[in-house]
Design a protein around this ligand. Structure first.
Ligand code: NAP
Length: 268
């Protein structure tokens, strides 16, 4: 399997757990995040887990900044070659009530969670398509399925990531790029630990039933799903149920689009 994985948000939490997993299987990993100290610490974690033999490089870039992100991806490809995995895990959450949150809170989450995923997909695809087994993985959230109390600024950005993944799934299938979107629930990462300090009571009640997973278990679920070519991966029965019932005609619509693509002879 080895290959090369480029991972945004690879210095922490779920992104770092994915990097550990792929690196332990011999993949070269390129981690993209903003904070250089956290990137350095993540690199040390990967190196020490493999007795110094892990192939890991880090790039400080902000996923909200198109130029920086494009440059980081280009540098990662120049050093470690064509990527086989493009994994977008960079994300932030600021829960709170709509009437109390600033527009800045909305904008920060929108630009990091949605624009960051979109820009990553845009810049990595031309490289990814050169792989013999290209996989694009976007990390959304259980908040991407329904409007939830306390998530008016986080949820819509994750809905948008889901919308993007659904279009990419249809368009990239004829180009042999496998697309996987992950919908984790609460996962024990630095993000969750800081979120819990801000989470409104009702939001905590809503999340309580799902429990908290380890980032390693979530990473394993995501990579196994992507290797099987599954489009979507959810965690826990509550999110599985939400994922299945929220839009019942989607499979029909997708099949119709597959048929239209074939009939048109258009190169997507
Ligand atoms: N943990 C959960 O309970 C949970 C649940 C559902 C979904 N998720 C989603 O899973 C993904 C990973 O979350 P996590 O819990 O692993 O978070 P985390 O531990 O806080 O890690 C987030 C990573 O994203 C990077 N990042 C944040 N903003 C960035 C930016 N503008 N540009 C580049 N990198 C940026 C961070 O590094 P820097 O800050 O140094 O840039 C860090 O590497 C996110 O998309 C999150 O929304 C998490």
């Amino acid at each position: 399997m080895p290959g090369h994985a480029i991972i945004t948000g690879g210095s922490s939490g779920i992104g770092l757990a994915i990097a550990k997993l792929l690196s332990s299987r011999g993949a070269s990993v390129s981690l993209i995040a903003r904070n250089r100290d956290k990137l350095g610490a993540a690199r040390e974690v990967l190196l020490s887990a493999a007795d110094g033999r892990a192939k890991v490089q880090t790039f400080s870039a902000d996923v909200r900044d198109a130029e920086e992100l494009q440059q980081a991806i280009a540098s990662a490809v120049a050093a470690f070659g064509t990527p086989d995995w493009g994994i977008s895990s960079a994300g932030i959450v600021i829960p709170g009530m709509f009437v109390k949150q600033s527009l800045r809170d909305h904008e920060d989450q929108w630009r990091t969670n949605y624009l960051g995923s979109l820009q990553f997909a845009h810049f990595i695809l031309p490289h990814l398509e050169k792989s013999s087994r290209p996989r694009l993985v976007l990390i959304a959230s259980g908040a991407a399925f329904a409007g939830l109390y306390g998530y008016s600024s986080y949820g819509p950005a994750k809905f948008a990531v889901r919308g993007l993944a659904e279009s990419l799934r249809v368009e990239l299938k004829p180009r042999n790029v496998s697309v996987t979107i992950a919908f984790p629930g609460d996962t024990d990462t630095p993000q969750l630990r800081s979120e819990l300090k801000l989470r409104p009571k009702v939001t905590s009640e809503l999340a309580r039933g799902g429990g908290v997973m380890s980032p390693e278990a979530v990473a394993k679920g995501i990579i196994s799903a992507a290797e099987r070519g599954d489009f979507q991966v959810t965690f826990g029965w509550q999110l599985k149920m939400l994922a299945r019932t929220h839009s019942l005609i989607a499979p029909l619509l997708r099949g119709y689009q597959d048929w239209l693509i074939k009939r048109s002879g258009e190169d997507p």
